[in-house]
Write a protein of this length. Structure first.
Lengths: 102, 1009
């Protein structure tokens, strides 16, 4: 079976959708962070796939690397926040943290 | 500038002004850090320098006028143009305003008085103010005043004079409120300032009137062109006031300013209160110099005032009334400075009465002599207050016998009292005599335009005022200096009996820790007595400058001023006779000596018994005089209270409406908006996430689905189509909506083309009416829509006479109301040829039409109806062979001529066609016009047939309206984006085909017949 750009885009869409829905419906901050990773990687997949099928330059590939690096940093910061929140609230549920409201 | 005079004297004029100005600057900036000695040196030095320069210039002036050889008349002045200030455009003329100084015979005298008396008073004040903490500030103001007064006097044009005029007003305000810590003093300063504003308004108006007519600001040119002012006062280019000349109006306006500055009725009220300032200020500003500025201005513009004898008579009467009025107040007052203040108002009244009766030299002579004796009197009063440590003012009831303690003050005071009372051979005697003589002389009628009765009225009033003057001055002298000293320990705490506003708070400082009242009064130091001596000597002798002419004595004063003052337009042979001269002098001497004698009898011999008896016999009148006729109370009631009410109203309006409603409302709106959006800040992370995802989806939708938004621009049948741009969009156009795309996919988003009749899809017309403000209307006749003509669209005479309406209805009347001629053309009236898909037209009766309508309403399709109505087999077979889905359309024609178009599957009701004009759209774009009784012209001829066809572009005139047949075309664009999504957009465009040129020519030919 031939794989075309459409397949990759489709896979990325599915991944992104799973990530988005997971981010919305789960309350565990750790799971939400994982969902964000899923969405990020869906985007990365789109970037490299489109770059593969439209190889004008390597911007897509390079961009994907940047994304990976930033995602690592984001995960580190995010996890640090989660640990801080856990020390404060004894919970990693996202709805436990609602101090920044009106 | 006459170069022969030499530039050094011009420069000197400038330095006369600049020296006191620099003195003020130096003391104002650095005086507070300097020692008193230094401040004193700068202040006195600058004025002394100015005095020396003024003296030098004056001597030069005397030398110039003494010699006829270097120009005689032409060199009676020194001029210095400092620089060009600005220019004003009046009509076509550009009038320059220069900073130019002018010393002529008039301003020369004034300059000497200002710098000379100013110098003496500076000297006096350097001792008098010794203990005041704001020593430098005082001398800053005093020097600034001197500079301003010199600008006022030396200015050669009105704007510069006004600078000085305002400058002295400012300094007066600053010095009256010098001890501003006391609120009554500050209020007195404000009062002076506000009252003077009213007058300044008059000065400005007068100046504008003068410059508008004479086209110059220069005093010399205004005086020279004064005769051009004797024209009715212009209100604008066409209206004028017949009974009021420009000269009279300008003089009255200027006099309003003079009344403010020189304390005349009704604006005198500020001057008595101005005694709140330190005594040297009262002497310099509010007696000797500034208050005489009004008289100076009148004398300066004597040429203009001579053109307005009515205004002069008014000034004379106001002056005499002021003199009498103020003197009556001074009769009963008990404070030294208060008496002197009212005396000043009274003497200023004398001066105005003098210039008002045309005795300009005499009135100005009184300015001159008054400067000496009144300055001396004020300084003498200050010396007395200094001696007894009086607060603010010295009460006569606590003085007495002062001659024992302070002989110098006593002798100088007595000399000045004699002068002001008009004791023979003193200066006041001669100057008052000049004024009385002037009044008596004008009373004999030597000037035809001047009302001579004013002269005698003024003469009598002035004589009475002079009598009162002599009386109250010697009452003051006897009570203060003669008899026994009545002061004691109590005087320091004495409250002033009648709400006196002039409280000096400083004089007890002058001797430091001296216990109040325990030390006996003593003579003042030399710095204070020296000016007294100088002034008293001058007060005694300067009168000899103005010896009466009629006795054959030389009047140096009048001769000296002659070049600066306009000559009265006297009748031939009019001169001052010995009888008039003797009357004036006799009356003057009599009232002076009489007043002194009465005061001596009452206060020296009887020790105040008679006045006390009179006072007891009419206590209410005495109280009225003590309260200064209650003018201040009257003004408070008439002006200040309404003003205060208005101010309170404005403040409350501001608080309630501006602050309350506008500010609070807007702020609460912002608060409400803020409250609303903070509701979304729940703090719940998933909520934020959800909102973010929704927004993201919106953005994705925007980019994924293309947005064509087709737009068009029409000119005739030429149409430009333009679709919206977007990332990666490709377009193709189907310009005539026939299903075939004329262009293939490309990035070009614009096409342009012309339409032909076969592209037309629906009917339309353009309606042009004569209704005002109504623009052309494009009316598109779609299926299912109606169009209504209105009577106002058609104009008044739209009915063709003798034509019956449709369906046998009566002919419409021209004045039918609008609803009766609101033509609703049902869309089903739109007649489309059956041709494209077969079918045939049939005559139909009304009953048939109703059956058809019923069947349509019940859901039958058009083809069924067509089959049912087929009249022959051939047609029936042809229709029967057509498949239902083909959508056979048909149309029926009703008996009344109405065509009914039937579409496959249509659901319509047959509307009864109303009477009136029909415009029916035909395909392709043609129109069927049924006048139905209306007056319709097509191709230059009235339409008489029941209907007529119009081709696209043709015009019919219906009533007064024009109907131009147009057509509707459809255009479609298809847009495809990078994702392959394709979206259509179809628009409807009304095009206006041109009429064939040949027909247009034919119509033009027909219309011409």
């Amino acid at each position: 079976m031939d794989f075309g750009l459409g397949h990759f885009i489709g896979l990325a869409s599915v991944l992104f959708g799973i990530g988005a829905i997971g981010f919305l419906v789960r309350r565990n901050v750790l799971i939400q962070l994982m969902s964000i990773e899923l969405m990020l990687n869906a985007v990365n997949l789109t970037l490299v796939a489109i770059n593969r099928w439209m190889p004008g330059n390597h911007a897509g590939q390079v961009f994907a690397f940047f994304n990976i690096a930033i995602a690592a940093a984001e995960a580190a910061v995010g996890l640090a926040i989660v640990i801080s929140v856990y020390r404060l609230k004894k919970s990693v549920q996202s709805d436990a943290v609602d101090l920044l409201k009106h | 500038m006459d170069f022969a005079i030499g530039w050094d004297f011009g420069r000197a004029l400038m330095w006369i002004v600049l020296l006191p100005l620099f003195g003020a600057l130096i003391n104002g900036i650095s005086g507070r850090f300097a020692s008193r000695g230094l401040v004193r040196a700068v202040a006195i030095g600058s004025v002394a320098g100015a005095f020396a320069l003024a003296l030098a210039c004056f001597v030069k002036l005397v030398a110039l006028s003494g010699h006829g050889e270097d120009g005689g008349e032409g060199t009676t002045k020194l001029v210095h143009i400092v620089y060009d200030w600005f220019s004003v455009r009046v009509g076509d003329a550009v009038i320059p305003v220069r900073v130019a100084l002018l010393m002529d015979h008039l301003s020369g005298v004034m300059t000497l008085v200002i710098t000379g008396i100013g110098l003496l008073i500076h000297l006096y004040a350097s001792s008098y103010m010794e203990e005041d903490p704001s020593y430098a500030r005082f001398f800053t103001y005093l020097n600034l005043f001197t500079a301003s007064m010199l600008i006022l006097v030396l200015a050669s044009n009105m704007p510069l004079m006004f600078v000085g005029w305002e400058g002295v007003g400012l300094c007066s305000y600053l010095l009256i409120g010098f001890w501003w810590e006391n609120p009554t003093y500050a209020a007195a300063g404000k009062k002076a300032f506000v009252v003077n504003r009213i007058g300044d308004f008059g000065v400005l108006l007068g100046m504008f009137l003068l410059v508008a007519t004479t086209a110059s600001f220069e005093f010399a040119e205004i005086n020279a062109n004064a005769s051009s002012l004797v024209v009715p006062l212009k209100l604008d280019s066409t209206h004028s006031i017949a009974f009021l000349t420009t000269a009279t109006a300008a003089c009255l306006c200027l006099f309003l300013g003079c009344a403010g500055k020189s304390a005349q009725l009704p604006l005198y009220v500020w001057l008595p209160d101005a005694m709140a300032g330190p005594t040297p200020v009262s002497a310099l500003i509010h007696a000797a110099t500034m208050v005489t500025a009004g008289v100076y201005l009148v004398v300066r513009l004597s040429g203009v005032f001579l053109m307005a004898p009515g205004a002069m008579a008014f000034i004379a009467i106001v002056g005499a009334t002021t003199a009498l009025f103020a003197a009556s107040i001074a009769l009963v007052q008990n404070q030294m400075k208060k008496i002197l203040a009212y005396s000043t108002v009274s003497q200023l009244g004398f001066m105005f009465a003098g210039v008002g009766v045309g005795a300009f030299a005499g009135g100005f002579f009184h300015v001159f002599t008054h400067a000496f004796f009144k300055a001396c009197l004020f300084l003498g009063a200050g010396s007395v207050m200094h001696a007894v440590h009086a607060h603010g003012d010295a009460d006569l009831r606590e003085l007495g016998g002062m001659k024992k303690f302070m002989p110098t003050t006593r002798w100088t005071f007595l000399l000045s009292c004699l002068a002001i009372a008009g004791f023979p051979l003193t200066s006041g005697f001669f100057s008052k005599d000049d004024i009385l003589l002037g009044a008596a002389f004008i009373g004999t009628g030597p000037w035809a335009e001047y009302p001579s009765w004013v002269g005698w009225l003024v003469f009598v009033m002035l004589a009475a005022a002079a009598f009162m003057t002599a009386f109250y001055m010697f009452r003051l002298y006897f009570l203060a200096f003669e008899g026994e000293f009545r002061g004691g320990a109590a005087h320091a705490h004495a409250e002033h009996a009648h709400g006196d506003q002039t409280h000096d708070s400083h004089t007890d400082d002058s001797h430091g820790q001296d216990a109040h009242g325990h030390a006996a009064p003593h003579e003042s130091p030399l710095a204070m007595t020296l000016p007294l001596i100088v002034l008293a000597v001058f007060a005694a002798v300067v009168g000899f400058l103005g010896l009466p002419h009629w006795l054959g004595l030389p009047n140096v004063w009048e001769h000296w001023l002659e070049p600066s003052i306009a000559r009265l337009p006297l009748a031939e042979g009019a001169h001052v006779s010995a009888a008039i001269g003797a009357t004036a002098m006799g009356v003057g001497t009599l009232v002076g000596l009489g007043g002194i004698g009465l005061a001596y009898t009452w206060y020296m011999k009887e020790d105040g018994a008679t006045p006390a008896r009179i006072e007891a016999s009419m206590p209410r009148f005495h109280a009225l005089l003590m309260d200064k006729w209650r003018v201040d109370e009257f003004y408070a009631f008439l002006f200040i209270r309404p003003m205060a009410w208005l101010a309170r109203f404005a403040a409350n309006f501001d608080k309630l409406f501006i602050d309350g409603l506008l500010t609070k409302l807007t702020s609460s709106l912002a608060l409400a908006a803020g409250w609303l959006v903070t509701r979304f800040q729940t703090g719940a992370l998933p909520a934020y996430g959800a909102v973010m995802v929704v927004g993201l989806a919106g953005i994705v939708w925007w980019f994924v689905v293309p947005h064509p938004s087709l737009e068009h621009a029409v000119r005739g049948t030429q149409v430009k189509l333009q679709a919206a741009s977007g990332l990666g969009y490709e377009y193709r156009f189907d310009t005539n909506d026939d299903g075939d795309f004329e262009t293939s996919w490309s990035g070009e988003r614009e096409v342009e083309g012309t339409y032909e009749p076969r592209d037309f899809r629906a009917g339309a017309f353009v309606l042009t009416t004569l209704r005002p403000g109504q623009r052309d209307r494009e009316v598109v006749l779609h299926e299912g829509e109606f169009f209504a003509f209105e009577a106002s669209d058609l104009g008044p005479d739209w009915v063709r006479e003798g034509t019956p309406g449709p369906n046998g209805a009566p002919a419409p009347a021209p004045n039918d109301t609008v609803p009766a001629i609101a033509w609703r053309i049902p869309v089903r009236d739109i007649f489309l040829p059956f041709a494209p898909r077969g079918g045939a037209a049939h005559e139909t009766t009304r009953e048939e039409a109703e059956t058809i309508a019923e069947r349509i309403a019940s859901g039958a399709s058009a083809i069924e109806i067509a089959r049912a109505r087929a009249t022959n087999d051939e047609e029936r077979n042809r229709l029967g062979a057509l498949p239902e889905e083909d959508g056979v359309d048909g149309h029926v024609k009703l008996a009344d001529g109405t065509e009914v178009h039937l579409e496959h599957g249509a659901r319509v009701a047959i509307a009864e066609s109303p009477r009136g004009v029909h415009v029916v759209a035909l395909d392709p774009g043609e129109a069927l016009l049924r006048p139905n009784g209306a007056r319709v012209r097509v191709r230059g001829a009235d339409v008489t047939e029941p209907e007529t066809r119009l081709r696209p572009g043709e015009v019919a005139q219906v009533g007064n309206a024009l109907v131009r047949v147009a057509a509707v075309v459809h255009a479609t664009v298809q847009v495809r984006n990078a994702f392959g999504y394709t979206v259509d957009d179809t628009i409807e465009v009304v095009v206006q085909p041109e009429r064939p040129a040949s027909e247009a020519r034919a119509e033009a030919g027909g219309g011409a017949q």
